[in-house]
Design a protein around this ligand. Structure first.
Ligand code: YNC
Ligand code: MG
Length: 388
C-alpha cells in the first residue's frame, strides 16, 4: 500500500499497539563516512539545485512554484500563498543549512519544478531533547504529479540531513502516512464573516441572516487586558523563560533558547505577530500570545483573490485566563484586517475554541516523526509543537 513509506524507519501500521517496541530511535545513526556522498538519481530530464533563499531571484522562483502548486483544501477552492518574507523567515532560523533548501529544475529550461526543505530544531520528546530536521514545503509541480518524484526528494533530503549528523525529523501532512504521532484538527474563527461567506469559506448558519452573523462575530475595538502590548527585543529573555516553562508540560515540544525565541517570536511585519502582558504594577511578563500570517489564494472568485488568515502559534497564560488572552489576540488580528483566525486543538487550545466561537474545520493535520517511535499516539493536547 505504501511502497515507499514501508521501506522507511517510521512507525508502521502493523506495529500499532505493540507495547514491546521501545520508545526512541528506530535505527541507530551510521558512521558519517557510510552516508551516501552523491545525490540520488533523478529522471534524466531533471537536476538538483540548492535554493539560495538570500537571492531575491531564487526566492521569487520558490514563491511562484508554491503559489501555483502547493497545498489546496479538499474542494480546491483555496491554495496556501506563503509570502516571500515568510519563506525567508521560515527557512533561515538560527543554524540553518542552505543545503537543506532543495529544488529540482528541468535541465533544458532551468524551470524550478519541485521543492523540499528542512530546518534544524531541537525537539523534546518526554525527557529527551533530540536534534531534528523540520521538513516542510514539499511540492511537485502539478504537471509532474504521481511520477514517484516525492520519494526521491524525501530520500535526498534525508541524505543531506544525515550529512549534518542529524538522524530524526518532524513533519506534518494532511494525508495519512505511517504513522501519525498525533492527529489534530483546525478550528476557524470568523473575523470578516461576510467575506468568508461570499468566497465560500463558510456558510450562513441555519436560521441566520447576514446581519445577525456579523453581530455574532463582532469584537471589541481594542484589547481588554491591562498591560497587553507588542513583544519587543528586550522581552526575549522573559518570553523564553515563560515559554520554556509552559512547554515543559507537553510530551512533544520544541526546546527553545533565546536565539530561537528571537527568531521565531519577535514580531516581523506581515509574518509573525507576538503580544504579551506586562503587569502594570510589577512589570513582570505573565502571558504571551502569537500568530503567523499565511494568506490563501481564492481560486476562481470574481470579487476576491486573497483570504487573509492568521494562524495561532505559541500562547502562554499564567495570570490572564487563556480565554481572555486569546480574545485579545482575536481583537488585534481583526484590527490588522485578517479575515479569519485559525487554531489547532494542540496544547490548551480546546479550552477556548468553542467559547470564542471557533468552528471545527474539515480536514485534519497529522504530525509525524521520522526515525523516532513513541510508545503510543499522543492526544493533540499533549503536543506543544506548531509547524508552519
Ligand atoms: C506528503 N505530504 O504516500 P507511498 S506536507 C510525505 N508527505 O508514497 P509521488 C507523501 N509523503 O504511500 P506526488 C506526501 N504526499 O507509496 C505523498 N506522499 O509509500 C507519498 N502536493 O509520490 C505517498 N505538499 O511523487 C507515496 O506523489 C509517494 O507526485 C508518492 O507528490 C507528492 O511538506 C506531493 O501537499 C505532496 O506537491 C509532493 O502531491 C504533491 O503526488 C504535491 O508519486 C501539493 O509520496 C502540496 C502538498 C505536502 C505538504 C510537507 C511535509 C513533507 C514531509 C515529507 C517526509 C519527510 C520525512 C523526513 C525526511 C528527513 C529525515 C531525516 C533524518
Ligand atoms: Mg511525482
Amino acid at each position: 500500500k505504501h511502497k515507499f513509506w514501508e521501506t522507511q524507519p517510521v512507525g508502521q501500521f502493523k506495529d500499532i499497539g505493540d507495547s514491546s517496541l521501545p520508545e526512541g530511535p528506530i535505527e541507530p545513526p551510521t558512521p558519517l563516512s557510510e552516508v551516501k556522498q552523491e545525490p540520488y538519481n533523478l529522471p534524466s530530464q531533471y537536476e538538483w539545485t540548492t535554493c539560495d533563499m538570500d537571492s531575491e531571484e531564487t526566492c521569487t522562483e520558490v514563491y511562484n512554484l508554491l503559489k501555483n502548486n502547493y497545498v489546496e483544501d479538499d474542494e480546491n477552492m483555496f491554495r496556501f500563498n506563503y509570502s516571500k518574507e515568510f519563506l525567508r523567515w521560515a527557512l533561515r532560523p538560527p543554524g540553518y543549512y542552505r543545503s537543506w533548501h532543495i529544488g529540482v529544475r528541468a535541465k533544458t529550461s532551468k524551470k524550478l519544478v519541485a521543492f523540499i526543505t528542512g530546518v534544524p530544531a531541537r525537539i523534546r520528546v518526554r525527557n529527551e531533547v533530540v536534534k531534528m530536521a523540520e521538513i516542510n514545503f514539499l511540492c511537485v509541480h502539478k504537471k509532474l504529479r504521481s511520477k514517484r518524484l516525492a520519494p526521491v526528494m524525501i530520500k535526498e533530503i534525508t541524505r543531506r540531513v544525515h550529512l549534518e549528523n542529524i538522524w530524526q525529523a518532524a513533519y506534518t501532512a494532511g494525508v495519512v502516512l505511517p504513522t501519525p504521532v498525533t492527529t489534530c484538527q483546525y478550528w476557524h474563527r470568523s473575523l470578516n464573516p461576510k467575506k468568508l461567506i461570499d468566497v465560500g469559506f463558510s456558510r450562513l448558519g441555519a436560521r441566520m441572516t447576514m446581519n445577525r452573523t456579523i453581530k455574532l462575530y463582532k469584537l471589541a475595538d481594542s484589547p481588554a487586558t491591562p498591560g497587553f502590548r507588542k513583544m519587543e527585543l528586550c522581552d526575549v529573555p522573559a518570553v523564553t523563560r515563560l515559554l520554556r516553562d509552559y512547554l515543559s508540560q507537553c510530551v512533544v515540544a520544541p526546546d527553545f533558547d533565546e536565539n530561537d525565541v528571537e527568531h521565531w517570536l519577535l514580531p516581523t511585519e506581515d509574518v509573525v505577530d507576538s503580544y504579551l502582558v506586562e503587569s502594570p504594577e510589577t512589570h513582570e511578563i505573565t502571558d504571551f500570545c502569537s500568530f503567523y500570517t499565511l494568506p490563501s489564494s481564492i481560486l476562481g472568485n470574481q470579487n476576491y483573490s486573497t483570504l487573509k488568515a492568521a494562524y495561532s502559534y505559541y500562547n502562554v497564560s499564567t495570570k490572564t485566563p487563556l480565554l481572555q488572552l486569546m480574545n485579545d489576540a482575536l481583537i488585534v488580528a481583526k484590527q490588522k484586517n485578517f479575515d479569519v483566525f485559525n487554531a489547532l486543538d494542540v496544547m490548551y487550545n480546546e479550552s477556548f475554541l468553542k467559547e470564542l466561537k471557533f468552528g471545527p474545520g474539515d480536514g485534519q493535520l497529522h504530525y509525524y516523526l521520522y526515525n523516532y517511535r513513541t510508545r503510543n499516539a499522543l492526544k493533540a493536547s499533549e503536543l506543544g509543537l506548531v509547524l508552519l
